[in-house]
Design a protein around this ligand. Structure first.
Ligand SMILES: Cc1ncc(COP(=O)(O)O)c(C=O)c1O
Length: 358
């Protein structure tokens, strides 16, 4: 497939006053832009019928495979408007690579990276007025996704696939410190499973755990490994990082967790902040005892949505503990500001992470 997504513009964009109203206080995932990108795949034709057109519903036969067997993957990335009105993506090539890895794991066809980038960038150009202004932490969230669309109930890899990108303007997710519920009832992923893939089924399976966390007065769930070894994995939509008193930035090693783009970025930036990056297994026992003796000084969660968010406390059945004095740590806040400054064009992009779209 050539990396070309021709645009047919909608005749009915949202009225300007409505768009301005939405952009004045964006609510993630509630309002969508005027257009969507799309492409279809079959084994005979490969990727075809690609383009960018008016946002519109899909119509499905009730036997459509994804509705029954959840053969679906997605990505999430943001476009940022800089002070000079240019619009940029943060490391979209990494999302394209992860999308291809997820496709392989879910037996879906790989979308070439150039097509992933062309569809995302084409949608941003079509919906440029929807990219929020350069002030604050607002951005346009892009959601590429792909699913099995064959109207066929037998269990086999899809022979008809739809790819699409939609977009929703979003504001800041900052919280002055979140508390994580350590689930001992639910796990997210097992060795050999789909933990490292970004597939919708992983998130459906996490909803009961997320509900349990909220019932316990926590903001999100923290999963432990499924083998019962008490190793920290990740949170519902975020990776976890620890700062130690001997200057290390420690994060659980890859395997069954999602390889976060923000996680990788923070590991790269660690040395600029005088921290030694370390990817390894960390047990809950280690976290708890080192938090209590004060040698784990800060904990934070990282992800496209939350950027870098302080984790100030953990709760589980019969225990709870805080990190430091229970307020956001200095290194956490400095890292957060730096990542945001790169994304919003206020700090030099020394790693070549930003890709200009407009
Ligand atoms: C399960 C999970 N872990 C971690 C992350 C963070 O990944 P990224 O930094 O690429 O957004 C996400 C969000 O995509 C996620 O859904």
């Amino acid at each position: 497939m050539s990396a070309d997504f021709p645009l047919s513009r909608t005749a009915h964009p949202a009225p300007e006053a409505e768009r301005i109203q939405i952009l004045s206080a964006p609510v993630f995932g509630r309002y969508f832009t005027d257009h969507m990108a799309f492409a279809s795949w079959t084994p005979e034709s490969g990727w075809h019928d690609r383009g960018i057109g008016p946002l519109k519903p899909f119509t499905f036969h009730p036997g459509t495979a994804v509705l029954h067997y959840a053969q679906e993957i997605f990505e999430g990335l943001k476009a940022y408007r800089h002070a000079d009105d240019s619009v940029w993506l943060f490391r979209p090539e990494a999302n394209a690579r992860r999308f291809a890895r997820s496709a392989r794991r879910l037996a879906l066809p790989e979308l070439p990276a150039e097509d992933f980038l062309a569809s995302v960038e084409g949608l941003i150009r079509a919906d440029e007025p929807w990219v929020p202004g350069p002030h604050g932490e607002q951005s346009l969230y892009l959601r590429p996704f792909m699913f099995a669309s064959d109207p066929f109930l037998g269990l086999r890899p899809a022979r008809q696939v739809e790819y699409s990108v939609i977009a929703t303007p979003t504001g800041s997710y900052y919280s002055s410190g979140i508390t994580l519920w350590v689930s001992d009832q639910y796990t997210r992923a097992a060795r050999g499973g789909t933990g490292a893939a970004k597939c919708g089924a992983n998130y459906a399976a996490g909803l009961a755990a997320q509900t349990e966390a909220q019932e316990r007065g926590c903001d999100q769930v923290l999963y432990l490994d499924s083998a019962g070894e008490g190793k920290l994995e990740e949170s519902g939509t975020m990776n976890l990082c620890l700062v130690t008193s001997d200057g290390r930035l420690v994060t659980p090693a890859l395997g069954t967790i999602l390889e976060g783009v923000t996680r990788d970025s923070v590991l790269t930036l660690a040395t600029d902040f005088g921290l030694v990056p370390e990817e390894r297994a960390v047990t809950l026992d280690e976290l708890r005892s080192r938090a209590e003796e004060g040698t784990v000084t800060e904990v934070f969660a990282v992800g496209t949505a939350v950027v870098v968010t302080p984790v100030v406390a953990f709760k589980g059945h019969g225990y709870e503990f805080v990190i430091g004095n229970g307020t956001p740590g200095k290194q956490t806040m400095a890292l957060r500001e730096h990542v945001l400054d790169i994304q919003h064009g206020r700090a030099e992009d020394t790693h070549g992470w930003m890709r200009r779209v407009i």
